[in-house]
Design a protein around this ligand. Structure first.
Ligand code: NAD
Length: 353
């Protein structure tokens, strides 16, 4: 796939669309970014076939159907997704059904633009698939479009990205190149995010964060994810918790769960964070960013923790430490309360002894 990265790169959109043979381009966005999408459509001039601005979280199939009606009616031959994972998801859902080429202009740190993964919701159930049909042809990273990302979303979206890199470091099909990228990604985001929280329009920090998010997206697209992503999928899909916030809260606890079984990954995460302990370091950075640290604060009910533990352990999947229902129920309890995870160093030493 082709990637443009820099400041002002969105000016090359029309050229990139033509490069892919697009003549009737539909620009996609959420309702909140409709004005931005309209501006981008205007820059496309005669190549623009309009804007569809109803993208929403978890790619519900009824929204995809509405977009497909516009694609057919306007004889659209390519889509441009301007926004976060929700908008990119809609572009991928259209590509899956039509094989139309996609250009993604990411404005969050979710990383979906780098993956062949699509999660779609139908009748309240979210199903995820991997297929190269949904991998975007071109990504245009333009840091200027991230300057408006509110600080709260910057923090949680950044933690969502870090979660991809963390799980890549202990993935079953992990490899040295992806680990190199993942560690550098965590270091870049951990350095940039606290600066952005203080100065949201700091171009250098925003550039560093977007670079980190790019790497995190590559990691997510290249190797399989484990317990952390499974838990977040369950909590988002079955209990309606918000995506990036849930990732932020669960990550330190999923890492603490896996710590003794993945000591090399823990060393690399801690080194990238400049912390003495991976799980504790992740909790500390979330606090530093004023991001949520407890599932209770996201609307999770304590009475649902049992069912969440059941769902997360119903089917086997690769994870460094075996899936133990009792321990996962305890992990969820810790995430519910938002306590700082106990030092994973002591766990590692315990395991080594
Ligand atoms: P999002 O796309 O839902 O965006 C959240 C809100 O922020 C939206 O209202 C959006 O319009 C707004 N927003 C985005 N960028 C902005 C900006 N620069 N300025 C102002 N407002 C802005 O959030 P997300 O966390 O990026 O994406 C979450 C979704 O993406 C979930 O459905 C998740 O499952 C999916 N996802 C998929 C993959 C994949 O590989 N398939 C990877 C990561 C996330």
């Amino acid at each position: 796939m082709r990637v443009l990265f820099g400041n002002g790169t969105v000016a090359k959109l029309a050229f990139e669309a033509e490069r892919l043979g697009m003549k009737r381009v539909l620009v996609l966005s959420t309702p909140e970014q409709a004005a931005q999408a309209q501006d981008i459509a205007t820059t496309l001039g005669p190549l623009s076939a309009g804007v569809f601005s109803q993208a929403t979280m978890h790619t519900p199939s009824h929204i995809t159907e509405l977009a497909l009606e516009v694609v057919r009616r306007e004889a659209v031959d390519g889509v441009v997704s301007v926004g976060g994972g929700s908008t990119t998801g809609l572009g991928k859902a259209i590509a899956l059904r039509t094989d139309l080429p996609q250009i993604v202009i990411p404005t969050t740190y979710a990383g979906s633009e780098m993956t062949p993964i699509l999660g779609e919701t139908n009748n309240g159930e979210k199903v995820t698939q991997r297929t190269l049909k949904v991998l975007p042809e071109t990504t245009i990273y333009d840091v200027s479009l991230t300057l408006s990302l509110p600080v709260g979303l910057t923090a949680t979206s950044g933690m969502n990205a870090i979660a991809h890199a963390v799980e890549a470091l202990y993935a079953e099909e992990g490899n040295p190149i992806i680990s190199l990228m993942a560690e550098d990604a965590i270091a870049a985001l951990a350095a940039a995010l606290p600066v952005i929280i203080e100065k949201p329009r700091d171009l250098e920090a925003r550039t560093r964060a977007q670079y980190g998010a790019w790497l995190c997206g590559v990691a997510l697209g290249s190797v399989g994810m484990a317990l952390h992503h499974k838990l977040c999928h369950v909590l988002g899909g079955s209990f309606g918790l918000p995506h990036a916030e849930t990732h932020t809260v669960v990550l330190p606890h999923a890492v603490a769960y896996n710590a003794a079984a993945a000591p090399e990954a823990m060393r690399r995460i801690a080194r990238a964070l400049g912390a003495s302990d991976a799980a504790g370091g992740l909790h500390d950075i979330a606090r530093k960013l004023n991001a949520p640290t407890a599932l209770a604060a996201l609307g999770m009910k304590e009475s649902d923790l049992d069912r969440a533990a059941d769902l997360a352990t119903a089917k086997p999947y690769p994870n460094p430490r075996p899936l133990e229902r009792t321990a996962i129920r305890a992990l969820l309890e810790d995430a519910f309360r938002g306590a700082r995870p106990k030092s994973s160093n002591s766990v590692i030493h315990g395991a080594a002894a």
